[in-house]
Unconditional design. Sequence first.
Length: 331
Amino acid sequence: MAFRNIGIWMYQNCGGKAIEQKILEGLREREINAVTNLDLAEATSFDGQILCNGIIMNQLDLFFSYNAGQQTNYQQYLYQSLSESIPTINNYHAFALTEDKFRTAHLLRRHNVSTTDHVLCNRKNIPMLKQKLQSWEGKAICKPVDGWGGRGLIKLESERDFDLLTPYLLKQDAPQFYIERVIENDFSDYRIDIVNGQVVSCYGRQAAKGEWKTNITNGGNIMLREPNDEVIALAINAAKVTGLEIAGVDIIYDLEHEKYVVIEVNGIPAFATPEQEILGLNFNQHKIDKIVELIDITTAKPSLNNILDAININSNVANTQLNTELNYVTA
């Protein structure tokens, strides 16, 4: 196998530095060299090249980006440009898609993946939005289309809540409003991590007492949870539809309609922190192994023997076709 060079930008807090070191060890075992700390915020581009910390990024065999908390528009702009030159994990198209809650839910619904009922509109569609809320008995969640960690969410309990919120919405610069129907649930969810189409972990999150958000950043608690076949199939399908190589799929159970529902697909699902590992979340090494395997597969270069075998196969097929044609002509 030819020696390969990849770039990595990974979060360093909450155990991320130790995770990165284990990824590097796995890559070295496969003769893959990795350059770390390639933060695109420090990159520049000129003469058809993207240069970051002395590294010509578009000469790498792959770029692995895994840092949810420090993404800026500039970094994502260069990430998109870089993905047009070399493989990136996640691929930029799927990453950008799942950064947008509406686009993700819209795509999932079009592919018959169970997801939340939702509406996207702008200032001109407020009356239509109010009609939709009436069919939901006024219960909905107003969300920004981007962001993570449960930030910016506003829960509406009645149509009156929406009437009170409307003046605020009309003052915002956002070009659209994204509203989801409130799903009756037990205030817990499943987080299923997928790498290259395979489930690598599952755990649950329980909202704090009196709260409805399960996000850890909003006081939610981690709990051990085993998924059933329906949850696994739903998560794998959601990851496949979005095109993510690495995905964290959040799923809740809709008590009213008695079905599992995808509420979000994340392109940078977190590893277990050291504190969470103590609680029993022990999937980190398995996830690392699968990510290393994915990088290996994505950057694999055919050996000379593979190339010669392919040439021989094609030559044999061509000779067989030619002999068949000649026999037909002389028959």
